[in-house]
Write a protein that binds this ligand. Structure first.
Ligand SMILES: C[S@@+](CC[C@H](N)C(=O)[O-])C[C@H]1O[C@@H](n2cnc3c(N)ncnc32)[C@H](O)[C@@H]1O
Length: 263
């Protein structure tokens, strides 16, 4: 059961990430040109927003941040693991969703959404008056998500191709930025956190679900876990303040942060 100790496919090494950072925009450009015209139309429901600004330079990725080694990006070929049958039993995903206390009409971002395991349920919960931005840096993940959403006939989702430094969210509009098992993969945490801060509405929050680094019984490799102390150490100097914690999940911390007041 090695997948319990490691994601099944962690094949994007830091070296590859560096290369990807350099080539990210050209890869995305290739991807755009390979998409059918209909998929590119912004009027089409669930059309993937691929309009990244290719003139923006992406700095080299960090390998460490505040004493923590940054994990590799989970490759899209590992996506089936995210929708594995045992996930509910192992992570109690329904309880996690309940703990978010989502209200109909909210604007939510599923950041690092992968193939949309949580996105679809978030979209159901915000209802037709609400919207879920589904952001990932891998267009292949977004395509998998779109296929699942079409099958379920869920259309209040905006899939967005993000970059390593920018999730490309609207400013001051998002009520909750939801990051499940993603933050520890950010290769440019400060830049991502700055954009997230700017995207939050008045009273908006970022919530991190990370495998518990303090708990040796959680069968995930240490590189893919975080302690509460480390999460706080990284988020507080980036302008966030811990507002709520939910400690009832089998494997993960759930930590809600608001924006620190500027006074
Ligand atoms: C372990 S998967 C988790 C997927 C999903 N949150 C879930 O729980 O099913 C991590 C995802 O985060 C994405 N990711 C990593 N860094 C990112 C970044 N800077 N911006 C957006 N997505 C990112 C990866 O491409 C991958 O799809």
């Amino acid at each position: 059961m090695s997948y319990l100790l490691e994601y099944p496919v962690r094949i994007v090494s830091q070296a590859v990430i560096s290369a990807v950072c350099v080539c990210a925009f050209s890869l995305a450009a290739d991807d755009v040109s390979s998409l059918r015209k209909t998929e590119r139309s912004s009027k089409r429901p669930l059309a993937i927003d691929l309009r990244i600004d290719r003139s923006v330079e992406i700095p080299p990725p960090r390998t460490q941040y505040m004493g923590r080694k940054i994990a590799q990006t989970m490759h899209y070929t590992g996506a089936p693991w995210l929708v594995r049958e045992s996930r509910q039993r192992e992570e109690d995903c329904r309880l996690l969703l309940e703990a978010l206390q989502i209200q109909p009409g909210q604007t939510i971002c599923d950041l690092g959404c992968g193939n949309g395991f949580y996105t679809l349920e978030l979209a159901r919960r915000v209802g037709t008056e609400g919207i879920v931005y589904a952001v990932d840096i891998q267009p292949q993940m977004l395509r998998l998500l779109v296929a699942r959403a079409r099958q379920e006939k869920i259309f209040n989702i905006k899939p967005v191709l993000g970059t390593f430094i920018d999730p490309r969210l609207p400013k001051e509009e998002v009520d909750l930025v939801f990051c499940v098992d993603v933050y520890h993969e950010f290769s440019h945490p400060e830049k991502m956190l700055k954009c997230i801060r700017e995207s939050l509405s008045d009273g908006g929050q970022i919530v991190l679900a990370e495998f518990r680094g303090e708990d040796a019984s959680v069968p995930i490799k240490p590189l893919h876990k975080m302690t509460k102390a480390q999460v706080k150490k990284e988020l507080e100097p980036n302008g966030f303040v811990l507002e709520r914690e939910f400690d009832e999940l089998p494997w993960q911390h759930l930590m809600f942060f608001g924006v620190q007041s500027k006074e």
